[in-house]
Design a protein. Structure first.
Length: 443
């Protein structure tokens, strides 16, 4: 008997591929991505510009980036976000949205408090506000990652990731360029280039910008809740909330879990370590707030958006692992362009070219990486497992980045940017090895 040949499945048309970005779930991710992206620069990028202009030393700015390690330990309280219902809010909004709203309220409070503190007069309160903002932002990420994963099947995760990143980057335009423009517009003629009142206005405006995210949470639909087995005592609850999610991941991947976690821990190391010193670099190179806002915080973020959509579309057509490798190569090599930029002096065309290449590469890498992390999760433990992965993603890079100011003080910007590019070399090997691991999602 002659076997009937299996018909070939043709690749989807580009028009059908792009329509996925207009689906309701994708549009929700666009709005909620804005909510997630708003605090990031306000505690890392824009804050470092403010601190450097206030005369804070580069080493101190580098050490302050360690507040980002909060993101590296969010797995510790992710089980609470994953399973613990909040009094009153849970009944009104559901598990995911109640945690999202609480985190957004804490973010707004931290931004207002930070705005009312002058780092030149007292740096300690700013540090505590940054820590609170980081923890609240990490909590929002835990709930939002679970919300995103539960809002679509595995086939749509790349598109959801891309629209999430689009909203995230739009928020970064506002938190980066918007904050700098507001600060510049609020300045009055003075011999002193640093004016605290200008930065206070900027950060109060950022606090008000959390309101659209809160409204989006209130208007969004709670994903269908997954039934959880009842716990008879505290030990059984901890077993299901904390032990089982990690045991599930190890059970599915066994020894290959070490390889996967190593890739997750190092994939973004080049970008994260370099990014801490980006704004101090612009200040020291003589770029004004308006120039940095226009080139790096608007044009650069637009290039990241383009890269994110390209990365999401390529992942749908070519597979996540191929795009993951492409993103790793581009992210590492683009850092070398900053070493070249440091030799050009105050040159806007050179800054535009470097920012274009770097942000486009970052968009491709991030879209593919988020889709890869999503594919590793078991929907039964989506918040906790994704928190584990995203925590691993930033823990090592943020720790290394804390020494970036010390490195620049000792060796200069050129050597620093070259060294960050070299940090990406082992990632290529890990991506190649991880591409041989078969994804084993849970039921």
């Amino acid at each position: 008997m002659t076997a009937t040949p299996t018909p070939e499945v043709s690749a989807p048309r580009w028009t059908d591929t792009l329509k996925v970005y207009l689906e309701p779930a994708s549009l929700r991710m666009l709005a909620l991505g804005f909510s997630a992206g708003l605090p990031f620069l306000l505690v890392f990028g824009t804050l470092s510009f403010w601190l450097r202009e206030a005369g804070v030393d580069r080493s101190t700015i580098g050490h302050m980036s360690w507040v980002g390690i909060a993101f590296g330990f969010k797995w510790a309280w992710a089980p609470l976000v994953d399973r613990l219902p909040l009094p009153l809010l849970h009944r009104l909004l559901g598990r995911r949205r109640s945690w999202l709203l609480l985190a957004q309220m804490c973010i707004a409070t931290a931004l207002v408090t930070m705005a009312l503190t002058d780092p030149r007069q007292s740096l300690t309160p700013v540090v505590w506000c940054a820590i609170a903002l980081a923890f609240a932002s990490a909590t929002q990420d835990i709930a939002l990652d679970a919300f995103r994963i539960e809002s679509g099947d595995s086939a749509h995760q790349a598109a959801l990731s891309a629209t999430y990143m689009a909203g995230y980057r739009l928020a970064m335009i506002w938190a980066g360029a918007g904050a700098l423009w507001i600060a510049a517009a609020s300045e009055v003629p003075s011999a002193d280039t640093y004016q605290y009142s200008a930065w206070r206005s900027a950060y109060l405006a950022m606090a008000l910008s959390t309101l659209p995210g809160m409204l989006t949470v209130l208007w969004s639909r709670e994903p269908a809740p997954k039934e959880l087995p009842p716990a008879r005592n505290a030990a059984e609850w901890l077993q299901g909330a904390l032990v089982d999610p990690f045991a599930d991941f190890l059970r599915r991947y066994r020894w290959q879990a070490v390889l996967i976690l190593a890739l997750i821990a190092t994939y973004r190391i080049s970008d994260v370590v370099m990014g801490i010193m980006a704004n101090p670099f612009y200040v020291d190179m003589g770029y004004t707030k308006a120039e940095v806002a226009t080139v790096t915080k608007v044009y650069g973020v637009i290039m990241t958006l383009v890269g994110a959509f390209v990365g999401g579309a390529l992942a749908l057509r070519l597979g996540v692992m191929r795009v993951l490798m492409l993103g790793a190569v581009l992210s590492a090599t683009s850092n070398l362009l900053f070493a070249w930029l440091g030799t050009q002096g105050h040159a806007l065309p050179a800054l535009v070219a470097v920012i274009s290449a770097d942000n486009f590469s970052s968009g491709i890498a991030t879209a593919a990486f988020v889709a890869y992390l999503s594919s590793l999760t078991n929907v039964s433990y989506s918040a906790t497992q994704y928190a584990l992965f995203s925590s691993m993603m930033v823990l090592l890079p943020k720790f290394v980045a804390g020494f970036s100011g010390d490195f620049v003080n000792a060796f200069g910007y050129g050597t620093f940017f070259t060294a960050t590019a070299c940090l990406g070399a082992p990632v290529l090997l890990l991506v190649g090895l991880a591409s041989r691991v078969k994804t084993a999602p849970g039921p």
